[in-house]
Ligand binder design. Structure first.
Ligand SMILES: Cc1cc2nc3c(=O)[nH]c(=O)nc-3n(C[C@H](O)[C@H](O)[C@H](O)COP(=O)(O)OP(=O)(O)OC[C@H]3O[C@@H](n4cnc5c(N)ncnc54)[C@H](O)[C@@H]3O)c2cc1C
Length: 390
């Protein structure tokens, strides 16, 4: 058992080193150039795909690497600790989980090997809508059955990477809300082939945001989706999507840990070098303490990410741990970002230091993929037994 655990630790150390080596080819100036143009990091995503990192969670029988959640989290963490941004492609790692867990044997055989090889990009995940927001069960996009097809009408917002994905995992309403037996029933998941859908029922409108994120809004106008693209049972989609969200939260929490490590390393390095009043600024406790505090926050959050990944891997219920990990890690990265700007004085605002870019990038995780308030409501209600607030 000890030997097995040691083996797993060595493997993860090796994966970390390989990811770091790959990321070293994509330095700050690469990301700065893209950020200015709001352009997609095609070369970076291609390199990660080619190295097999984005197929980490796909089982070997479908051509993936069949790694553990801890290994997948280490990949995302290292990307971010190296100053890169996994948001351009993290969904390729976990969105396929819904297909893997709930798809039919035929669907898995058809799609997963191509997703594992990178031939097909499953980067887009369409849940959020402009009118319902965090209230997913109120979504309005409909998929109405007509013969052997579903006709989709409605709108999604914040569907990231839709322009850089061949497939879209779509959550839509197949039973009217009033007709569904339970609030959580009546939604279904579809795998939409974007290559066929564009110009034939889907239009994509990019949204420019405070950071370079390739996010969009989607409009569905009588889009025809073949019935064989329905994942699992009709009406059960919300449950399927929820089961995938734990993986998403753990992996994004790992990205936040990576960001926090980057900010802490950057701030410590600068505080040792920058001389003001004839001594390094890091000699002042007023500068040291915020760095040390950010470090403690990061370490505590890191433990929770590990706990969530271990429970996920063991097939245990990890909703609480995944949510706590996401909340603590997002708070740790945001606190470290603020500390890093402050430590750098005016240079914290200069583009060429990359701090302001990473600061904007890590701010997202207070809001997406789930807003901090919604995590706190979940814990209050489901863990602490407080009255339901919404
Ligand atoms: C850059 C970006 C990329 C994204 N990518 C995707 C994607 O690929 N796919 C996808 O489906 N979605 C995506 N999202 C959407 C994201 O998941 C949502 O923005 C997020 O869940 C919050 O929903 P909302 O924006 O509708 O905010 P709202 O639900 O309108 O909430 C607004 C504010 O009110 C608070 N609030 C709302 N209700 C309550 C309540 N009951 N109690 C306490 N506070 C409450 C929220 O916490 C939030 O602070 C993305 C968002 C962004 C910004």
């Amino acid at each position: 058992m000890i030997a097995e655990a040691q083996h797993a630790t060595d493997d993860i150390a090796q994966i970390r080193a390989s990811v770091r080596a790959l990321c070293a080819k994509f330095p700050g100036e690469y990301w700065r150039g893209l950020d200015r143009e709001r352009a997609y990091p095609k070369e970076f995503v291609a390199a990660l795909t080619q190295a097999g990192f984005l197929a980490a969670l796909i089982p070997e029988e479908y051509g993936g690497s069949g790694l553990t959640m801890a290994a997948a989290a280490a990949i995302m963490e290292e990307i971010h600790a190296s100053g890169c941004n996994g948001a351009a492609c993290h969904a390729q790692m976990y969105t396929m989980g819904t297909l893997l867990r709930h798809g039919s044997a035929a669907q898995k055989a058809r799609w997963l090997p191509q997703i594992a090889s990178g031939e097909l990009r499953l980067q887009a995940f369409g849940v959020t809508e402009p009118t319902s927001g965090s209230d997913t069960l109120n979504l309005r996009t409909t998929a109405v059955r007509e013969g052997d097809q579903y006709i989709v009408n409605g709108q999604k917002i914040w569907t990231s990477r839709a322009e850089h994905s061949d497939l879209l995992l779509l959550l839509a309403r197949t039973t009217a809300r009033e007709a569904a037996k339970k609030r959580t029933e009546g939604l279904s998941v579809f795998l939409v082939d974007m290559r066929l859908a564009q110009g034939a029922g889907i239009s994509i409108n990019p949204i420019r945001t405070m950071m370079n994120h390739a996010t969009t809004e989607l409009f569905f106008d009588d889009l025809r989706v073949p019935e064989e693209n329905l994942i699992g049972m009709e009406g059960e989609g919300f449950r399927y999507i929820l089961s995938g969200m734990n993986a998403e939260r753990i992996l994004i929490a790992a990205e936040c840990i990576g960001d926090a490590k980057w900010f802490i390393a950057k701030a410590s390095g600068y505080a040792k070098e920058r001389q003001v009043f004839g001594r390094p600024i890091g000699q002042n406790q007023g500068v040291q303490f915020p760095i040390a505090r950010a470090y403690t926050q990061m370490r505590a959050a890191e433990l929770m990410v590990r706990e969530a990944a271990t429970r996920y891997q063991a097939g245990e219920d990890c909703g609480t741990e995944a949510n706590i990990a996401k909340l603590l890690a997002a708070d740790a990265s945001w606190a470290a970002a603020d500390m890093c700007v402050q430590t750098h004085g005016g240079f914290g605002f200069a583009e060429e230091f990359d701090i302001e870019r990473k600061f904007r990038e890590t701010r997202l995780y207070q809001t997406a993929p789930i807003s901090t308030n919604l995590i706190l409501s979940y814990l209050a209600e489901h863990v602490l037994g407080l009255p339901r607030s919404y």
